[in-house]
Design a protein. Structure first.
Length: 245
């Protein structure tokens, strides 16, 4: 299965090298959803205003596949991802914005993101700056929210999104099973992916929350705190199955 994923991915990369298309990238992610046995459930409405900044909690590399299949946008990722085998190549083709998260590099990272937003892009960002275990969220870091504080041009629409993995082969996924889907700490990628594919059909639920702008808040820290609260509440509802009530 892993070999099939890689082979199919490389074939599509050859086409992507010739066609720089957001639709093509989304179609590729949708292809991976089917190939990897993900079941997507999406709730809420996507904002139509551009530029747009999507901020989501982060659990696994499956987040990128699920969100990429749902949103026509460009991901923001840590610079180390660019050097990963295979996934680094895919990320470059998908126009991922690689940023250095070190404090001294924050200005350069902000400038990279600002350039994409100035072009009217949709950026997808994980403000936790790392992935969790699938049962709890980490605090949002506010530094990169500075890209939403535009003084000129169209205001950036910020849309919080919650993502969770809730079912395995149709049965509710409990506390003990969620870390099998999550990829965090010092886990090795390929062994983790192999075990994940052996589990069966995984349900990934995504909720789009009402959008806001930086003008709605006194500063970026208040904006980050709002997005974290909304995302955390949505995440908790998904894990508890309350969105289905």
């Amino acid at each position: 299965m892993i070999t099939a994923v890689f082979s199919a991915g490389l074939t599509l990369i050859q086409h992507a090298l010739r066609i720089d298309s957001g639709r093509l990238r989304r179609d590729y992610y949708r292809f991976l959803v089917r190939l990897l046995g993900l079941k997507l459930i999406v709730r809420g409405e996507q904002a139509t205003a551009r530029p747009r900044l999507i901020v989501s909690n982060h659990i696994s590399y499956f987040d990128i596949i699920g969100l990429g299949a749902t949103i026509t946008g460009e991901f923001v990722a840590k610079a180390e991802l660019a050097s990963w085998p295979f996934f680094g190549t895919l990320s470059k083709i998908a126009r991922v914005v690689f940023i250095d998260r070190k404090r001294q590099a924050t200005r350069a990272a902000r400038d990279q993101l600002q350039e994409r937003l100035d072009a009217g892009a949709t950026l997808i960002m994980f403000p936790e700056a790392t992935s969790g275990d699938g049962n709890r969220m980490k605090p949002f870091k506010s530094a990169l929210f500075t890209v939403a504080e535009r003084q000129t041009g169209q205001p950036v629409t910020i849309q919080p999104v919650s993502i969770a993995y809730t079912r395995l082969n149709g049965m509710p996924m409990g506390v003990g099973w969620r870390p099998y889907v999550a990829w965090y700490g010092d886990m090795d990628l390929i062994p983790h992916l192999r075990r994940l594919l052996e589990l069966g059909t995984i349900t990934c639920e995504i909720t789009f929350h009402p959008p806001v702008t930086a003008a709605d808040f006194p500063d970026r820290k208040a904006l980050a705190a709002h997005c974290e609260r909304i995302t955390r509440d949505g995440f908790a509802r998904l894990l508890a199955g309350r969105e289905n009530a």
